[in-house]
Design a binder for this molecule. Structure first.
Ligand code: HEM
Length: 474
């Protein structure tokens, strides 16, 4: 026994040396990790604010090629570029690559949101959300969504000479999500939740210093209060469902509460409901508001594109009687307008990129991505690739006329694979209806230049102020 033990003790170091040798035989990607902790984070954030992040990445790719190492937000990172790399990141098994969230964001959004879940748990919660976010379910929401948009225009656009688009679109998309997904109608409860959300999101991306009076501390406090409100709302909806015969399809929360296992127990825990409501609010309202805002900017700068959109929307408006709502069929006719949205997302993606984490040593493209390192993908580099999109700086919605001609993993505005955005259809509906009303009811002129910065979402100069005029009804 003791001989066996001694032999084992002698062999272990030899094994460790062999494993280390094997690992170092694979090269780390080129590039530098920069200064400890800081790495290249400040330089990238600065470039994002100055809207030169694409150039920043381009310089890297020219210097090191499509695979390089750097250090971002305190973690050693491998940056991968190109459709093949996107496919590798989006479709690799979750036992090799997992989602990687910054800890400070996890503290705000909770540890049971989709961003934190992996494997079967991710599939279970995502499938539950998709039950409500799939087109078949959303079809019934078109009228309710349109009502929110009409009310918003009456309150904030009609009778005005100038508006600032980005903050207004944030209010609109927040109200749409509150009403459609969470059944929170206009009133003091919604206003309170809006306030908490603004506070929560205002500090979510700030320096994570959890001290009194910091933005991050206020964000955490707001998240806690919002979570309490949501728990109360979930209890009320549970009673509505169990005792008052509410429909499971009423909103996302009733839908989640209605999913039961064989023992008639809820399949989504209350923690998962609360954390995913926070995530959907955050992921859903900022992104869509940015898309609609930049669509208006492109429509101002591209008169031919504007004419095509106007014609498509007026043709639909002419078939409607005064006061009648748009239908699902009307939305399916807005093909050109959706191409404009896709081209807007290609040129100014709300999500610049995101992170994953290597769960094992991975060999990719001849290099080693060590276990525990971050993997970073960025959409603008793919979207501005001359080989995929000729004349990439030209705004041309017709690129998306034949979707099948876009090579796989070359349009990544909504990500890809099992973590692809589950809110695409929701975003499509709210964008199309909002643009329908804006182009058929108003004309506008830009009051600022067309520059933007990233924070980390794109923000147009001065929030995109427009001088507006109301049109006569068709
Ligand atoms: C123009 C609008 C939108 C854009 C551009 C967008 C973009 C994205 C992207 C790129 C991802 C993947 C991130 C990654 O792979 O790391 C994502 C994920 C996600 N999006 Fe969206 N999104 C939009 C609207 C929405 C809406 C309206 C909702 C909700 C109703 C939503 C909910 C989510 C959720 C929950 C995830 C996480 C999915 C998962 O991890 O499985 N998004 N989105």
């Amino acid at each position: 026994m003791s001989i066996l033990f001694t032999t084992l003790m002698l062999l272990i170091p030899i094994f460790l040396i062999l494993i280390k040798r094997k690992r170092s035989a694979k090269k780390l990607p080129p590039g530098s990790l920069g200064l400890p902790i800081i790495g290249q984070s400040l330089s990238l954030l600065r470039a994002m604010r100055a809207n030169t992040a694409e150039k920043w990445l381009e310089k890297r790719i020219k210097k090191y090629g499509p695979i390089s190492k750097l250090s971002l937000f305190g973690n050693p990172t491998v940056f991968l570029h190109g459709p093949a790399a996107n496919k590798f990141i989006f479709t690799s098994s979750c036992s090799i690559i997992t989602n990687q969230q910054v800890k400070s964001i996890q503290m705000v959004l909770g540890d049971r949101s989709l961003l934190e879940l992996t494997g079967d748990d991710h599939k279970r919660v995502r499938n539950a959300l998709m039950l409500f976010l799939r087109p078949e379910s959303l079809k019934d929401c078109v009228g309710k969504l349109e009502e929110e948009i009409r009310w918003h225009l009456e309150m904030h656009w009609q009778g005005k000479q100038q508006v600032t688009v980005l903050p207004l679109m944030k209010t609109l998309t927040f109200n749409i999500i509150s009403s459609l997904l969470f059944g929170i109608q206009r009133g003091s409860q919604r206003d309170k939740l809006v306030g908490l959300f603004r506070q929560m999101m205002g500090g979510m991306w700030s320096v994570p210093l959890n001290f009194p009076f910091t933005r991050y501390r206020r964000s955490l406090q707001a998240s806690k209060l919002a979570q309490n409100m949501l728990r109360q709302l979930i209890s009320e909806k549970r009673v509505d469902l169990e005792q008052k015969g509410a429909s499971p399809h009423q909103d996302l929360i009733t839908c989640l509460l209605s999913i039961r296992n064989d023992n008639n127990e809820e399949m989504i825990t209350e923690e998962e409901m609360v954390h995913n409501v926070l995530l959907v609010m955050t992921a859903g309202h900022d992104t869509s508001s940015v898309l609609i805002t930049f669509m208006l900017q492109f429509l101002s700068n591209e008169p031919a594109v504007y004419e095509n959109v106007l014609q498509e929307q007026e043709n639909i408006a002419r078939t409607k009687g005064a006061g009648t709502f748009l239908t699902w069929e009307d939305l399916s006719k807005m093909k050109y307008t959706w191409r404009v949205a896709m081209e807007t997302l290609r040129m100014i993606s709300p999500i610049f990129g995101s992170f994953r984490k290597a769960l094992k040593d991975i060999e990719y493209g001849g290099y080693l991505i060590p276990k525990g390192w971050q993997i970073f993908w960025a959409s603008p580099m793919t979207h501005m690739d001359n080989n995929i999109y000729p004349e990439p700086t030209k705004f041309d919605p017709n690129r998306f006329e034949n979707q099948a001609s876009v090579p796989p993993c070359s349009f990544v505005g909504f990500g890809g694979g099992p973590r692809m955005c589950p809110g695409i259809e929701f975003a499509r509906i709210e964008t199309l209806i909002t643009i329908h009303y804006l182009v058929t009811r108003f004309t506008w002129k830009l009051c600022a230049d067309s520059t933007f910065s990233r924070d980390p979402m794109p923000v147009p100069a001065q929030g995109l102020p427009l001088q507006i005029n109301q049109k006569n009804p068709l």
